[in-house]
Design a protein around this ligand. Structure first.
Ligand SMILES: [Zn+2]
Length: 268
């Protein structure tokens, strides 16, 4: 769990912000008429930075009403219990990852040694989400697909966002990294190697989704830093340059090649 340089939060649409604190941080903040929705609370060592980022955008962490988790790894759950203690936010996670949120088998920590205060980070999700669920969260209709691979219960999500008076569908693949599909990782946690095939099938399902605004589960997924740097009052790369399909194709093909999986390569 290495320390990375701090970077500033940035706007994506009029109601969606990336509030991660470094180049690897996953957190997003959706601003609704019914309070704030935090998507992934970030790493266990970036709690204060996350709260500072929310504050620096002019929002109040007391208004975080919902925290949705894309998957049960330490870099997505770090500030959850602290924010729940401050604001009473309701927590969400996939049913398939629930045991990991609860601390079972220490999957949350990936292959890192858990910190001494590991129990402070475990939680019981208030709402367990299943594949295909549609929930009204903060007044937004949010749709979820369980897309296993990176974990057994990766939660991908789709929801309306707004920019200059228009509505768009934002979407994210809830877990795109290959790190948890390595032999060392799967063997350590006694996870099935079929998660690699699951990953391929998940990307194929996701390619069929309409997404106007590609949201990264980590900023590298949607080239967040590059787009944020080019955002002006007149041009919004997040809305204008959709990287959803090409990202999924590249991730899918990359895993097939890495593990020589029995799936055809798709042309980009
Ligand atoms: Zn992860």
């Amino acid at each position: 769990m290495k320390e990375r340089p701090r970077i500033e939060p940035s706007k994506i649409t009029d109601d969606l912000y990336w509030v991660g604190v470094n180049a690897a941080a996953p957190s997003h903040l959706l601003v609704t008429d019914d309070g704030l929705v935090l998507i992934d609370s970030g790493s266990t060592n970036t709690i204060d930075g996350l709260i500072e980022n929310i504050t620096s955008l002019g929002f109040d962490v007391h208004d975080v009403k919902h925290i949705i988790h894309s998957h049960a790894h330490y870099d997505h759950v770090g500030a959850t219990n602290k924010i729940v203690a401050i604001s009473g936010a309701k927590t969400y996670g996939s049913a398939q990852d629930a045991d990991s949120y609860r601390g079972k088998n220490k999957i949350l920590w990936c292959l890192h040694t858990p910190p001494e205060n590991e129990n402070e980070f475990y939680f019981e999700p208030d709402v367990l989400i299943n594949d295909g669920d549609v929930l009204e969260i903060g007044g937004r209709r949010m749709r979820f697909l369980v897309t296993p691979g990176h974990t057994e219960g990766v939660l991908s999500m789709f929801y309306p966002v707004h920019y200059k008076g228009k509505e768009y569908i934002a979407g994210s693949f809830g877990g795109a990294g290959y790190n948890s599909l390595k032999e060392e990782y799967l063997d350590h946690f006694s996870l099935p190697y079929s998660l690699r095939e699951d990953y391929i099938i998940s990307t194929e399902r996701l390619m069929r989704e309409r997404v106007d605004v590609h949201i990264g589960n980590h900023p590298g997924n949607n080239r967040h830093g590059d787009k944020a740097a080019r955002l002006t009052a007149d041009y919004n790369p997040f809305v204008e340059e959709n990287t959803w399909q090409s990202f999924l194709v590249a991730q899918r093909n990359g895993l097939i090649e890495r593990y020589n999986l029995d799936f055809p390569i798709i042309e980009e």
